[in-house]
Design a protein around this ligand. Structure first.
Ligand SMILES: *Cc1c(COP(=O)(O)O)cnc(C)c1O
Length: 259
C-alpha cells in the first residue's frame, strides 16, 4: 500500500502502477484538513491504470456528493456519522454502480463473516436517516457561517473549510458538491498547541469528543488524539457542526478563544 495526497493529481498519477495497482482509495473532503480531491479526475487516473476507485464519502454524505455518477466504482460511508446522526450506532455502508465480480467478492465476504447490523442498530439507523436532509442542511449552513466569522478572528491563523473561496479545493468542491460544503471544518490557532488545547477545554456548549456528524457540535484537538507521528498540525482544532443555534455556537467558541 502506498499513501499519497490525492488532492495532488500529479502525485496520484505517478503513484499508480498500470496493471499492478488494484484499488485507489480516497477521502474527500478529507479529515482533518478538509482537502478536496477531484473524483472524476481520480477515476480517470485509476481506470487508465486498470484500478478501481473507492471513495470514502462519509463527510460529504450521500446528499452533497454522488461519487458513482462522477466515475467511482465503490463508495463508502461510515453510517456512524451523518447517516445515523445521533452518535449511538456504529455502522458502515458500501455502494456500487456495477454488480461485478469484485462486488460479488465483497458480498460473499460480508455473508461469510456475518457483518450485518443487529435489528436494534438497523432500527436506530433508519430512525436517524429520516432527518438526514434536515440535519445535513443545518450542519452545512452553520459550518459555512462559522467558517466565515472565524476567518476574521484575531486568535485564528487559518480556517480550513472547502466552502471558503480561498480554500485551494473550492472550485472543485463547487463542481462536485451540491447544496453545501459539509458540516466539518478545522481552525488553526495563532497561539499554537497550548492555545488550541486550552480553547478546547474552555468551550461549554461544544462537546470535546471524537466522532462527527451528530446533532451535537463537537470539537477536538486531533494532534493529541492521533498521537506521535501524526501529520496533523498541533495548532489545529477540528469542529463538527451540529444543529444547535449558530449564535450560541459562535459565542461559545469566541469566549473560549479569547480567554
Ligand atoms: C469515522 C470515519 C470512519 C470510520 O468509521 P466508523 O464507523 O467509526 O468505523 C471512516 N471514514 C471517515 C471519513 C470517518 O469519519
Amino acid at each position: 500500500m502506498e499513501l499519497v495526497d490525492t488532492s495532488d493529481l500529479d502525485a496520484l498519477r505517478s503513484a499508480v502502477r498500470p496493471g499492478e495497482t488494484k484499488l485507489v482509495w480516497l477521502e474527500t473532503p478529507s479529515n482533518p484538513m478538509w482537502s478536496i480531491t477531484d473524483i472524476a479526475a481520480a477515476a480517470a487516473i485509476a481506470h487508465a491504470a486498470g484500478a478501481k476507485l473507492a471513495v470514502d464519502s462519509t463527510c460529504a454524505t450521500p446528499l452533497l456528493t454522488r461519487p458513482i455518477e462522477l466515475g467511482a466504482d465503490i463508495v463508502m460511508h461510515s453510517a456512524t456519522k451523518y447517516l445515523n446522526g445521533h452518535s449511538d450506532v456504529i455502522a458502515g455502508a458500501l455502494a456500487t454502480g456495477t454488480e461485478d465480480a469484485f462486488w460479488a467478492r465483497i458480498r460473499r465476504t460480508r455473508g461469510m463473516l456475518g457483518q450485518i447490523l443487529a435489528p436494534l442498530e438497523a432500527y436506530m439507523l433508519i430512525r436517524g436517516m429520516r432527518t438526514l436532509s434536515l440535519r445535513v442542511k443545518a450542519a452545512c449552513d452553520t459550518a459555512m457561517d462559522l467558517a466565515q466569522r472565524l476567518s476574521n478572528h484575531a486568535a485564528i491563523s487559518h480556517v480550513l473549510y472547502p466552502g471558503l473561496p480561498q480554500h485551494p479545493g473550492h472550485d472543485i468542491a463547487r463542481r462536485q458538491m451540491q447544496g453545501g460544503f459539509g458540516g466539518m471544518l478545522s481552525i488553526r490557532l495563532r497561539g499554537g498547541e497550548a492555545a488550541a488545547i486550552g480553547a478546547a477545554a474552555r468551550v461549554e456548549l461544544w462537546k470535546r469528543a471524537t466522532s462527527l456528524g451528530g446533532v451535537e457540535s463537537l470539537i477536538e484537538h486531533r494532534g493529541s488524539i492521533e498521537g506521535a507521528g501524526s501529520p496533523c498540525p498541533l495548532d489545529l482544532l477540528r469542529l463538527s457542526a451540529g444543529i444547535e443555534d449558530v449564535e450560541d455556537l459562535f459565542r461559545d467558541l469566541d469566549q473560549a478563544l479569547k480567554r
